[in-house]
Design a protein around this ligand. Structure first.
Ligand code: IMP
Length: 193
């Protein structure tokens, strides 16, 4: 069986394909010739994941899943959350996003934060949501060279180094996305295909 993963992010595809192996083939947007910008206009992670998955199901009639992730910082009322990619304005400027985050937290003692991923799966007539969370805290400065996004400032619970210092091998075992993908995989394994 083929399922579309509504992304063209090569890292995410590789990570998901490693976990969801076997009878299910994961195909990217590029592989179904979907080159348009899928709207991500909801104000929750759940809403955005559902928007993306529904878009593909409606337009291409294919089973599909989509993910959305946000960094939720307790002292900032869970901001940047669904706006994580564009926290400092322009989308996907990680340096500017981290700079803004560190500055918002300068005088805050509570530095607790979590990454939360939501995956929406639409398969035949069923819609399901899977959630993954990694708790941690925001460091006082950027550290490490690996990863992407907020990795240099996020220190997962139980560790003293940032995701960017810990590297992919450890991150992929404990991350928000890994947890959500494992839940998705467990569900797919229950299907009689
Ligand atoms: P997306 O929904 O996976 O595209 O994530 C939205 C934004 O959250 C990204 O642009 C990053 O800024 C941030 N983000 C998501 N996952 C991670 C992660 O694993 N590490 C660091 N930042 C992340």
């Amino acid at each position: 069986m083929k399922i579309v993963f509504a992304t063209n992010n090569k890292h995410k595809l590789e990570e998901v394909r490693k976990i969801v192996a076997g009878k299910i083939e994961i195909v990217s947007l590029e592989e179904i010739s979907c080159f348009e910008d899928i709207p991500e206009t909801a104000d929750t992670l759940e809403g955005n994941a559902l928007l993306k998955a529904n878009y593909i199901k409606n337009k291409f009639g294919l089973n599909c899943f989509a993910d959305d992730t946000g960094l939720e910082v307790e002292a900032l009322n869970n901001a940047p959350g669904v706006f994580s990619a564009r926290y400092a304005g322009t989308a996907h400027d990680s340096e500017a996003n981290m700079k803004k985050l560190l500055s918002e937290l300068t005088d805050k003692e509570n530095r607790k934060a979590r990454f939360r991923t939501v995956i929406a799966l639409i398969i035949e007539n069923d819609t399901l949501l899977f959630e993954g969370i990694v708790n941690g805290s925001i460091g006082t400065e950027k550290k490490g060279e690996n990863g992407f996004g907020y990795d240099p400032v996020f220190i997962p619970e139980g560790y003293t180094q940032s995701f960017a210092e810990l590297g992919d091998e450890i991150k992929n075992k404990i991350s928000h996305r890994a947890e959500a993908v494992h839940k998705l995989n467990d569900y797919l394994n229950t299907l009689k295909l």
